[in-house]
Design a protein around this ligand. Structure first.
Ligand SMILES: Cc1ncc(COP(=O)(O)O)c(C=O)c1O
Length: 394
């Protein structure tokens, strides 16, 4: 751009990592389905960084397809550089692994995604890392938990089942003073609605499987580092641990990213409209959505986020498992599945909620909704029929 004005989110999403002239004018980069890369000379074979091979040495190490996706995500996150992983969980675990070693203490939010919690408890703890879970509402109170050997604080905000919003700047200010690396699972907001690195976070992680890919057809993760030293530390472990992503998944991730601002806006608006409507339903005890005024996380969300995605929860009044099952099993538009971020709406009953050690779950069945791209009135009609089944079965 010719002026000093920074490009907007949609412009960045459309153009970041975009280099048609390197690909004979093709708008999208070719999908490099590559394992072996061939070199004509020993010098090229050994160095791998000479023209035309820059960045291409072996498929796992990176291709123009992975670079285009990484560059685009880095631009949106406002970071130095990114690395891709084969799944969101792969990105969470690789990032933790890169900054922890035996004898270190790691503070992890109690609202963390369940499998990330399991990795910390089963793998990291097994390697001699002390794992401590903290209350996601702790804010600056995290000061009391810091120890001389605290090396990592791992956030997820909002939590993908409990939806608490964390006071990220309060935590990063303390962490910075103590030389602690802060990382966040930013999959709920995506970089479109929350910029962790501009709030002092060192590494932002995306389960790109969700909103970035956006069509429920790819598994992909990506971590963006704030600066070069942080990136190099991450990249070393990433390489040593054999992380990479498939060419077709990268293509789908980049393709999804181009329309992310548009899609997430629709997810967010539909989600908020449903949340607001559900809050007035007699069957509902409480809605968990930081975008709703009155939600405990609303003020922090308003301060730090620029929008909300389509994932939220609501707590039913007291109903039996059978009644809730009857409610969710007969839906016509909402489907049941352990994910979110796709174009289709999802509903999941939280009969077995993720483990928590600092903050229990409220009484009542928690239902998680992912608002898709459908018309909101059709989704409400589906929910009205579901509430009718709940009433009959109660
Ligand atoms: C908050 C959060 N982080 C990470 C992941 C892991 O992503 P993936 O399924 O791509 O491994 C998920 C998956 O549901 C998630 O909900």
């Amino acid at each position: 751009m010719s002026t000093d004005k920074k490009p907007g989110q949609s412009t960045l999403a459309a153009h970041a990592g975009y280099d048609p002239m390197s690909h004979q004018g093709s708008v999208n980069p070719p999908v490099y389905r590559t394992s072996t890369v061939l070199f004509p000379t020993v010098e090229m074979l050994e160095r791998g960084d000479v023209k035309p091979y820059e960045g291409m040495r072996y498929g796992r190490v990176g291709t123009p397809t992975s670079k285009a996706f990484e560059d685009a995500v880095s631009a949106l996150e406002g970071g130095y550089a990114s690395v891709v992983s084969s799944s969101g969980l792969g990105a969470c675990c690789t990032t933790l692994l890169a900054f922890l070693t035996a004898g270190d203490h790691a503070l992890i939010t109690d609202s963390v995604y369940g499998p990330t919690r399991n990795f910390a408890n089963k793998i990291l703890a097994g390697f001699g890392v002390e794992i401590e879970f903290y209350d996601p509402l702790i804010g600056a109170g995290i000061r009391t938990l810091l120890r001389p050997n605290t090396k990592v604080i791992y956030l997820e905000s909002p939590g993908s089942w409990s939806f608490e919003v964390q006071d990220v700047p309060a935590i990063t200010e303390l962490a910075k003073a103590a030389g602690i690396t802060v990382m966040i699972d930013n999959s709920w907001a995506t970089p479109i609605y929350f910029k962790p690195l501009s709030h002092g976070v060192d590494l932002s992680i995306q389960a790109a499987t969700k909103y970035i890919a956006g069509h429920s057809d790819a598994m992909l993760g990506v971590t963006t580092a704030r600066d070069r030293p942080t990136y190099e530390k991450l990249k070393t472990t990433h390489y040593l641990a054999g992380q990479s992503a498939g060419a077709d998944e990268l293509f789908l991730g980049l393709r999804g990213l181009r329309t992310l601002p548009l899609r997430i806006d629709r997810h967010g608006q539909t989600g908020l409209a449903l949340a607001d409507w559900l809050a007035g339903r007699p069957e509902v005890q409480r809605v968990l959505h930081p975008g709703l005024p009155g939600d405990p996380g609303h003020e922090l969300w308003k301060r730090d986020f620029t929008g909300c995605s389509g994932l939220f929860g609501f707590l039913l009044k007291t109903y039996s498992r059978e009644a809730v099952t009857a409610m969710v099993e007969g839906m016509s538009l909402f489907k049941m599945g352990w994910s979110w971020g796709g174009y289709e709406s999802l509903i999941v009953p939280g009969f077995h909620l993720p483990a928590r050690s600092k903050r229990g779950w409220p009484d009542g069945v928690l239902i998680r909704i992912h608002a898709g791209q459908e018309d909101v009135d059709d989704l409400k009609a589906d929910l009205i029929e579901a509430f009718a089944r709940l009433a009959v079965a109660a």
